[in-house]
Ligand binder design. Structure first.
Ligand SMILES: O=C(CO)[C@H](O)[C@H](O)COP(=O)(O)O
Ligand SMILES: [Fe+2]
Length: 225
């Protein structure tokens, strides 16, 4: 049994006091810090880079930092994030010229590696790399912004990927990102996800613990993967 993991996305955190806000959400029961990197090129928004990841480590954050790269090109920034304390690095396959090489660069830098699929990105990118993946991330919104609505067709895509993971026998996390909330997290888990990114649903509420507790009670009704 793999425990369900809740990964708050710092995209909706208070950037003016990021360290204490991340501390607060971890104290409230979050498992992993989801760190959205946007380059105003692959996606139409601009966020944070390795310096901020390092600043969180220097501040004392010891939880896993899950770096979601929405950047093009991919490879040259990977070692910088690894040095800055990233634990997991995921990227969008269509943003990489050489997917296998990007995965290798991540592994060689000592991080776990994953591929991210936009709502309309086909799953064939999984065909020859299942043995190199620690995480598969399905976007349930188009990347670039927090606070969007969950795209329902993601549920069917999750079921397809869950089947591929189970048939492969590899130990791969199935992560979902975008529009995850208390009222849809159980259905998302039933479709096969075991790692849940939630930004606005957590950070836009005054009581992070109340939201995370509510998410966990919803998840308690679903068998873990
Ligand atoms: O990668 C992302 C957007 O590209 C974010 O992780 C995601 O949108 C989380 O925000 P929310 O939970 O508010 O939808
Ligand atoms: Fe993300």
């Amino acid at each position: 049994m793999r425990p369900f993991l809740i990964a708050p996305s710092i995209l909706s955190a208070d950037f003016a006091r990021l360290g204490s806000d991340v501390d607060a959400v971890l104290d409230a029961g979050a498992d992993v810090v989801h760190f959205d990197v946007m380059d105003n090129h692959y996606v139409p928004n601009l966020t944070v880079g390795p310096m901020i990841c390092q600043a969180l480590r220097d501040y004392g954050i010891t939880a896993d930092i899950d770096v979601h790269l929405m950047v093009k090109p991919v490879d040259r920034i990977i070692p910088d994030f690894a040095k800055a304390g990233a634990s997991i690095i995921t990227f969008h396959p269509e943003a990489s010229e050489h997917i296998d090489r990007s995965l290798q660069v991540i592994k060689e830098s000592g991080c776990k590696a994953g591929l991210v699929f936009n709502p309309a990105t086909p799953l064939h990118y999984l065909d020859h790399v299942m043995d190199k993946l620690d995480v598969i991330l399905l976007m349930s919104v188009n990347p670039g912004f927090g606070g969007q609505s969950f795209i329902p067709s993601t549920l069917d895509k999750l079921r397809q990927v869950r089947q591929r993971i189970d048939e492969s026998g590899f130990d791969i996390r199935l992560q979902v990102d975008g529009g995850v909330k208390v009222d849809n997290i159980a259905d998302i888990a039933k479709a096969g996800a075991d790692m849940f990114v939630a930004g606005s649903a957590i950070f836009n509420q005054p009581d992070y613990k109340a939201v995370i507790d509510d998410m966990r009670s919803e998840l308690a009704s679903v068998h873990e993967a």
